[in-house]
Write a protein that binds this ligand. Structure first.
Ligand SMILES: [Zn+2]
Length: 391
C-alpha cells in the first residue's frame, strides 16, 4: 500500500523533527521540487482564468479575527494570541479576512468586477499533538486560496467557474475525487445564527450542482462557520476521506467588513480552494502516483547515464543542455554501477538518457521511458516541452 509517510521519507519528500515540533514537517529537495512545480502550475492556471495574485501576512491583530467572526466561532482551532507592545497578534486560521481587507483597500470600479484574487499562503491550526502525522495532519498549512468578489447575481456563475478550475486541476494532477459533499450548518455556536443567510447561500450552491448534474451528498455540521460549502473529497489507500478542494458562498464577511461595490451595493464573497493545502495535496499525489509522478512535477525529470567513463564528458554536456532547457536533471556516473543497476535505482525518473559510443558521436542521448520503452534520440527541447503542465 502506498502510505505517503513511508514513501515520502524513501523519496526524500519531507521529514519531521521533534525539535521543530509535531505537525510541522519540512520539505526536502525532492519534495520542494514537486511542491514548486504544483505551485507554479496552479498559479498559471489561476492567471489564465482571470485571477490576480496577492501576498498577505501570516498573522494579524486579534481585532481582525474578531471582525471576521473567527474569534467567536473558530477560536478553539486557533493558536493563542501573542502579545507585542500592548497589542495581541494571532497566527491566521484562514486567509479570508486578509483578502476582504485587500478588496476594501481601494475604491473598486465596475470594470474590475468580478474581482478574483488568489494567494498561496500560510495558515495555522492548533491541532493537538496526538492527532498529528505525516503531511495530512499538520499545524502549519500552505493553502492555495482565492476569493471572488462579485454581484449577487454573478455568484452562481463564479461558483461554477471555480468548479471548472478544480476539475481541470484534478485532471492535470491525476487526482480522482471520491465524492462531492454539500456541507451544511449544524447545531450550536460554531455556526453563525442567521437562517435566511444560510438558506440564500445554500440555494446558490444547490442550483450550481443541479445545473452541472453533479451528485452530491449532504452533511450537516460540516459547513464553514459563515456558510455552506461544496467539498470535494479524496480518499487515501485505506479509504479514509478528507477534503481537498472547496467552494463557498459567503454573505457574512462582506457584511462584517462593510465591503461595497461601486454604487454602494454589497458584494458576495465566493471562497474557493482549487487544490487545498499543499501538504495534503502532495501527500495524496505521493499515494496516487506511488512516487512515479507525471513528468511535469517529478522531482528529477531526466537522469543522464553514461555507458562508461569514456562517455562521461559527453554526458556532462547532455546534462548541461537539460538543465538549460529547464529540466530538473542529474547525472549518475558509470562508477555507481552497471547501466541496469543505475536504471533500476532511477526507475521513477520519467526520462532516462543513456549516452553510449554512438550517442557520443552524435552529441545526443538515447531516451528510455519509465515503462522500459526505448524512444531513440529525442531533442532535449522536445523533452523539456513534454515536461510542462501546459505543454
Ligand atoms: Zn476564504
Amino acid at each position: 500500500m502506498n502510505d505517503h509517510r513511508r514513501l515520502g521519507r524513501e523519496l526524500g519528500i519531507f521529514d519531521t523533527d521533534p525539535l521543530i515540533g509535531a505537525g510541522l514537517p519540512f520539505w526536502l529537495p525532492a519534495g520542494a521540487a514537486v511542491r514548486k512545480a504544483v505551485e507554479d502550475y496552479v498559479h498559471e492556471l489561476e492567471r489564465r482564468n482571470g485571477y490576480q495574485h496577492v501576498n498577505s501576512p501570516v498573522l494579524g491583530k486579534r481585532e481582525l479575527y474578531e471582525r471576521s467572526g473567527h474569534w467567536a466561532h473558530y477560536a478553539e482551532d486557533m493558536f493563542p494570541p501573542m502579545e507585542v507592545g500592548g497589542e495581541e497578534f494571532v497566527l491566521r486560521p484562514s486567509l479570508c479576512p486578509h483578502h476582504a481587507i485587500v478588496y476594501r483597500s481601494r475604491q473598486r470600479s465596475h470594470r474590475e468586477l468580478p474581482l478574483r484574487i488568489a494567494e498561496l499562503g500560510g495558515m495555522y491550526r492548533s491541532e493537538l499533538s496526538g492527532v498529528l502525522g505525516g503531511l495530512t495532519r499538520v499545524r502549519a498549512i500552505q493553502l492555495n486560496d482565492g476569493h471572488v468578489f462579485c454581484a449577487p447575481d454573478q455568484a452562481a456563475a463564479e461558483v461554477s467557474a471555480a468548479l471548472d478550475l478544480i476539475e481541470a486541476a484534478h485532471e492535470r494532477l491525476g487526482i480522482r475525487a471520491a465524492r462531492y459533499r454539500l456541507s451544511l450548518r449544524g447545531e450550536g455556536a460554531k455556526f453563525v445564527d442567521d437562517p435566511a443567510m444560510w438558506a440564500r447561500s445554500e440555494s446558490v450552491l444547490r442550483e450550481v450542482l443541479k445545473e452541472r448534474g453533479r451528485a452530491c451528498d449532504e452533511e450537516r455540521g460540516e459547513g464553514a462557520f459563515y456558510g455552506p460549502k461544496i467539498d470535494i473529497q479524496i480518499a487515501d489507500p485505506a479509504g479514509r476521506e478528507s477534503t481537498l478542494s472547496t467552494v463557498q458562498v459567503d454573505y457574512f464577511q462582506p457584511e462584517r467588513f462593510d465591503l461595497r461595490h461601486p454604487g454602494g451595493e454589497r458584494p458576495v464573497m465566493v471562497h474557493r480552494s482549487v487544490v487545498g493545502g499543499l501538504e495534503r495535496l502532495v501527500a495524496h499525489l505521493i499515494e496516487v502516483h506511488g512516487g512515479a509522478f507525471p513528468a511535469w512535477m517529478a522531482p528529477v525529470q531526466a537522469v543522464v547515464l553514461p555507458l562508461s567513463d569514456a562517455e562521461h564528458a559527453g554526458a556532462e554536456q547532455v546534462l548541461r543542455r537539460c538543465v538549460e532547457a529547464g529540466l530538473r536533471a542529474e547525472l549518475v556516473p558509470a562508477g555507481r554501477g552497471s547501466l541496469g543497476a543505475r536504471i533500476r535505482a532511477h526507475r521513477l525518473v520519467p526520462y532516462q538518457l543513456v549516452v553510449g559510443p554512438r550517442e557520443l558521436a552524435g552529441g545526443g542521448a538515447a531516451v528510455r521511458l519509465r515503462d522500459g520503452s526505448q524512444v531513440g534520440e529525442v531533442p532535449i527541447e522536445q523533452l523539456a516541452a513534454r515536461s510542462r503542465p501546459f505543454g
